[in-house]
Each structure stands twice: as structure tokens, then as C-alpha cells.
Design a protein around this ligand. Structure first.
Ligand SMILES: Cc1ncc(COP(=O)(O)O)c(C=O)c1O
Length: 391
């Protein structure tokens, strides 16, 4: 008999594409001897002094809600940190909210800024959550292609071509996941000019700000006139190896913070207190660990990129984050076929570039936040796989 129940799934939820990454983790589950370059997270565990601070706080009975804004001490540390690194002033009392990861930061930023029908300009390839975060409040993503010819750098001239009267905001992921591209300061200044001229907002996801290898990270909000237009999203997951702690932040001017607070207070209330206490310790005493981990990622970056190029998979040298994004076009396989066959035949997990957008097709994403011997073994297997499939 036909099922007469009505379909309870909303149109908006129906329209959101499922994450293409998940399928690969499901496929690899339980396969012995797998090397995963798939998940975008550090292979390090959180530095012990950070964990200890959180454990000790639980022992002392810190197990309750905090202010919706987050612990004032953490906001003060964030303010100090952003000022120290990027010479930007955020008032800890009125210009920062502690969130459950940069994920929540992105979500509340979008919901605060977007009305239904508003267009948001975003680079392609792009982090998998960006398009859903734009669609959820009714926004319309407008993608800007980026290519390997210019190291996947998002160009102001390409953004300009896509600005319409409906454009409300530009979403920047800098450094970029999945390409590792860093938008250089001169290009950011051109983007800032466009933003000013067209009266736009900017949501700047800078979760990889500490993972910049050649040169320095530029915080978009620190550019002249940009603080008032920008929501800076950041977090602790990548720089401090704290993915499981679910702690991040947004920084913006007070009226924008208040708009985001309306969403945050109802859907999240506050980030977990023990994670906030860990984050305070990270900012106060975690710098040596960050430097050590980043140095290590830098070494691995060179090994994987040189290795992929030697295999014949053309790969630009990513300037930030911890992803290599080689072209696999020389094999004649699609990125989906490449990733699936590589997993099933030679037991290496990579993510097909197509899950990050049209411009990602023909590429794979290899996370190199993985121990060096595993990277070396993965490269051997990829070499074997490519030889097998090159005729
Ligand atoms: C570009 C980018 N933004 C945001 C996030 C989410 O980070 P968090 O763990 O802080 O929610 C990720 C995680 O992979 C990411 O790659």
C-alpha cells in the first residue's frame, strides 16, 4: 500500500546538498591498513597543558553555563591576541562572541547578514559548509572560479564581475580549504575597495590564520575601513589541535555582534565552559606548540607536494592550511573515480575535488596533517595506483 504520510522535510533542507566527504569515510570504515589523507584535522592530540587546564576546571566544579558571550577572560585573551597579531582592536565586552567552533561562527554570521534572495559571493573550490551556510537563511551563493594557474587565489577582478544589485556579502576563506590558497595583501586591498564601493559585508573565515607558511596572514578586518564591514570567524580546532573541543569565535562591531547574539543565545547558549577554559590556556601558553606544529606541517607540505609532482600529479605549492590539491587530469579519471578506486585498490583515502565545487573537479584533496612515514607510504601507493591507471 502506498505510504500516505506527508513528506515532512522542508524545501530548504531538501535543497542542501549532503557533504560529499562523508561517503568516503563510510567507504573506508573498517578497511584494514588504510592511510587517510581525508579528514581535515591535525594528527596531534591537544597539547597536554591545555587539556590539564580543562580537567582541573572540571575538578573544581566548573560545569555550568557561561555568559552567552563566553567567559570574559577568554574574550579578553582573544582581543589581546588579535591585537598582538593583526593590530586590530576588538572590545572584549561588546565585539566578540565565543562560539562552538568556527562552524557555528559561520552559521550565525550568515543568519545575521542574509535576507532571503541576497546574493553572497564565494570562491570555487570552497569549504563544504559555505554553500549550505548561505542557503540556510535563504541566501543565493554566487561562485567565483579560481584555478591552479594562479594558485587558486581569489581575484578582486573576478569578484567584481559578479556583483549585482542583489549582492549583500563576500565570503572569504583565507587561507582556503581545500586549495591551501592564501589571498595576498595587495589582492585583499583590492577586494576591500570593491566592498567599500558596493557597500557590501564580508564574512572572513580565518580559521587557518596561523597556518601560513610563506609570508604573513592578513586579517581582512584590519584593512582600512574594513572592521565595520567584516565579521571575522576563527577558532582553535586547527592551530591548537582542538577539533573535538568545539570552540571558536566571531568578532565584529557591536550592532552586528548583537544580531549574531540573537541567534547564538537561542541555538547554542554558550560554548562548553571546559573548552573555553582550555582555549584561555591555549592563548596564554600555547604559542610554542603552535610554532612546533606549524613547522612540522611545513616540512610535510614540501614532502607531499614534491612527491605528488614527482608522481606526475601536477600540484602547486599551497601557501596555507594543511591541504595539497593536485590535478589528477593526467590519469583520465574523474576525481570521484580516482578517489574511490584509490581507496578500494590501494587503501589511501583522499577527497575528490568535485565535492568542493565545479572548479575542484579534476583534483583531489590530500590533507598532510598526517605523520611523515604515513605520507611517504601514501605517496608510494599513489605512485603505484597512477602507474596502473596510466595505461
Ligand atoms: C575553512 C574551514 N572553516 C571552518 C571549519 C570548521 O572549524 P571548527 O572545527 O572550528 O568548527 C573548518 C573545518 O574543517 C574549515 O576547514
Amino acid at each position: 500500500m502506498a505510504d500516505k504520510r506527508r513528506n515532512i522535510i522542508s524545501q530548504r533542507a531538501t535543497n542542501i546538498p549532503p557533504s560529499g566527504i562523508r561517503r568516503f569515510f563510510d567507504l573506508s570504515a573498517g578497511v584494514p591498513g588504510i592511510i587517510s589523507l581525508g579528514v581535515g584535522e591535525p594528527d596531534y592530540v591537544t597539547p597536554w597543558h591545555i587539556s590539564e587546564a580543562a580537567i582541573s576546571s572540571i575538578k573544581k566544579g566548573y560545569t555550568m553555563y557561561t555568559s552567552n558571550y563566553g567567559l570574559l577572560e577568554l574574550r579578553q585573551e582573544l582581543s589581546r591576541h588579535l591585537n598582538h597579531r593583526y593590530k586590530i582592536d576588538y572590545d572584549p565586552k561588546s565585539e566578540i562572541i565565543v562560539t562552538s567552533g568556527a562552524s557555528e561562527a559561520l552559521d550565525i554570521a550568515m543568519r545575521a547578514v542574509i535576507d532571503p534572495g541576497d546574493e553572497v559571493i564565494v570562491g570555487d573550490p570552497t569549504y563544504v559548509a559555505y554553500i549550505p551556510c548561505i542557503i540556510m537563511p535563504g541566501g543565493v551563493p554566487v561562485t567565483v572560479p579560481t584555478t591552479m594557474d594562479n594558485d587558486f587565489e581569489l581575484k578582486a577582478s573576478e569578484i567584481e564581475k559578479r556583483i549585482t544589485p542583489k549582492t549583500k556579502a563576500v565570503l572569504l576563506g583565507n587561507p582556503n580549504n581545500p586549495t591551501g590558497a592564501v589571498i595576498e595583501k595587495d589582492e585583499l586591498l583590492k577586494i576591500a575597495k570593491l566592498v567599500e564601493k558596493n557597500d557590501l559585508a564580508v564574512i572572513s573565515d580565518e580559521i587557518y590564520d596561523r597556518l601560513v607558511y610563506d609570508g604573513e596572514h592578513t586579517c581582512f578586518a584590519s584593512l582600512p575601513g574594513m572592521k565595520a564591514r567584516t565579521i571575522t570567524c576563527g577558532g582553535f580546532s586547527k592551530s591548537y589541535a582542538m577539533t573535538g573541543w568545539r570552540v571558536g569565535y566571531v568578532a565584529a562591531i557591536p550592532n552586528v555582534i548583537e544580531a549574531m547574539m540573537k541567534v547564538h543565545q537561542y541555538i547554542m547558549m554558550c560554548a562548553p565552559i571546559m573548552s573555553q577554559i582550555g582555549a584561555i590556556e591555549a592563548l596564554k601558553n600555547g604559542e610554542d606548540s603552535v610554532v612546533e606544529m606549524v613547522d612540522d606541517y611545513n616540512r610535510r607540505r614540501r614532502v607531499i607536494v614534491n612527491g605528488l609532482n614527482d608522481i606526475g600529479l601536477e600540484c602547486h605549492m599551497p601557501k596555507g592550511a594543511f591541504y595539497a590539491f593536485p590535478s589528477i587530469k593526467s590519469t583520465g579519471l574523474t576525481s570521484d573515480e580516482f578517489a574511490e578506486k584509490l581507496l578500494l585498490e590501494d587503501h589511501v583515502v583522499v577527497v575528490p575535488g568535485s565535492v568542493f565545487g565545479e572548479c575542484g573537479d579534476g583534483h583531489i584533496r590530500c590533507c598532510y596533517a598526517v605523520a611523515l612515514p604515513d605520507i611517504e607510504e601514501a605517496l608510494k601507493r599513489i605512485d603505484r595506483f597512477v602507474k596502473k591507471h596510466s595505461g
